[in-house]
Write a protein that binds this ligand. Structure first.
Ligand code: SF4
Length: 398
């Protein structure tokens, strides 16, 4: 295992093995430090918080109990270990389920419990049972583990080592429901696979409305009875309900009545005037356009100095840098460091510190920027040449 990648020399964190059970790619990303703080993780942390407080331990109930197995090469922490009068232990894992919302024992939970039990037994503790306490539901479910569970747990430890020792992440799962509830989806980008065109659904803001183009030269448009009417030489040639209009584009010599312009602006619908050949000559937008208000609040925030907003802007910028490198580059270590700086940016105490984090991220990003560029052919009139922009070399093709 790469010590620098997983943060520990050789023992594998039991939590990392649980990630491996869920998805090997997630284990690799987690070991590489690539993760983002999501609302679901924060909800889980809040629910889990009380059991992380070791001061809540009692004589027969130990919280935050560190465990390790030299034989397996794992380390971990049991949320709670309860001891009966004979001194036998019951391991209780606390789980919040902000995504699944069902108190179900999953495969990663079984493996995690099995490794905790094996570690405790190696430390000379007699284990009488194990359970999961679902914090959202306040339900405790006992878990029975057999030989097959312990064997499977050992196998996953070996697989986890192989996963995190690999130079690059395993490929993402394909069309798998796990991705939809995965905390790492934002950094994993499972829909973006190499050699495949990226498919993104284009979703229109309002599928029930359309842009109205008024093109007949000499026409006039007005509003009557909740509709836009188009007249040409006194004859009505078109009529559209105002509810179906998203914007009005006027081409050339077309008159719009004052009543229609006012009605469109009332409804926050823009009007654009173009020449008869389509060149934009001007437009009208409602006074309450969202852009104007946003600018106003930006100036107010800027005048007051808003470290909280600045943190979010810089963290988002670094997140985008990391995402671009993950998509197109060959610098997984840099991506991991950028994710770390992204988290640091959300915690800095001053603007000066934030500038430092932003600069550090920028230097790392641009140092690996060439790995995102591909070889291109430049064909000038005199000397057609191939330029390998990654290496900055240039050669003339034979
Ligand atoms: S998003 Fe899917 S492929 Fe990526 S780490 Fe999560 S489960 Fe694995």
């Amino acid at each position: 295992m790469s010590a620098s990648r997983c943060g520990c020399r050789d023992p594998v964190p039991i939590s990392l093995v649980a990630h491996q059970v869920f998805c090997p790619r997630r284990a690799w990303l987690e070991a590489a430090g690539e993760r983002t703080d999501t609302a679901q993780m924060e909800a889980g942390r809040l629910e889990h918080g009380p059991v992380d407080d070791v001061s809540g331990s009692r004589a027969r109930r130990v919280r935050g109990c560190e465990v390790a197995s030299a034989e397996l090469g794992v380390v971990g922490r049991c949320d709670t270990v309860e001891f009966d009068e004979r001194g036998a232990a019951t391991v209780v894992e606390h789980k919040a389920t902000p995504v699944r919302r069902r108190p179900e024992i999953t495969a990663p939970m079984r493996v995690q419990l099995a490794l905790q039990v094996l570690s405790l037994q190696e430390q000379g503790v007699e284990v009488a049972g194990q359970a999961v306490y679902f914090t959202n539901h306040r339900i405790r479910r006992s878990v029975v583990l057999g030989d097959a569970d312990f064997e499977e747990a050992r196998r996953f430890v070996r697989q986890t080592r192989q996963t995190v020792e690999a130079e690059s992440a395993p490929p993402p799962l394909e069309d798998d429901p796990r991705c939809g509830r995965c905390s790492h989806i934002g950094v994993c980008l499972p829909d973006e696979r190499a050699l495949e065109p990226v498919r993104r659904r284009i979703v229109v803001a309002d599928p029930d409305t359309q842009v109205l183009h008024v093109t007949p030269q000499g026409a006039a448009a007005r509003t009557r009875g909740g509709r836009v009417e188009i007249l040409h030489h006194g004859e009505k040639i078109g009529s559209v309900p105002l509810e179906r209009v998203q914007a009005v584009i006027v081409h050339g010599n077309v008159d719009l009545s004052g009543g229609l312009i006012r009605e469109l602006l009332w409804r926050s619908l823009p009007v654009v005037w173009c020449s008869s050949t389509g060149r934009v000559v001007g437009w009208a937008v409602p006074a309450s356009s969202p852009n104007g208000e946003a600018r106003l609040w930006q100036h107010v925030a800027s005048a007051g100095g808003r470290l909280d907003l600045a943190r979010e802007f810089v963290a988002a910028k670094i997140a985008n840098q990391a995402t671009l490198l993950r998509r197109h580059g060959e610098a997984s270590l840099t991506v991991a460091r950028l994710r770390g700086l992204q988290r640091t940016a959300t915690r800095v105490e001053s603007i000066a510190e934030l500038f430092g984090v932003e600069g550090d991220a920028g230097a790392r990003y641009f140092a690996d920027f060439p790995s995102m560029l591909t070889t291109q052919t430049l064909s000038g009139p005199d000397s057609p040449a191939v330029v390998d922009v990654r290496r900055g070399t240039r050669s003339t093709p034979r």
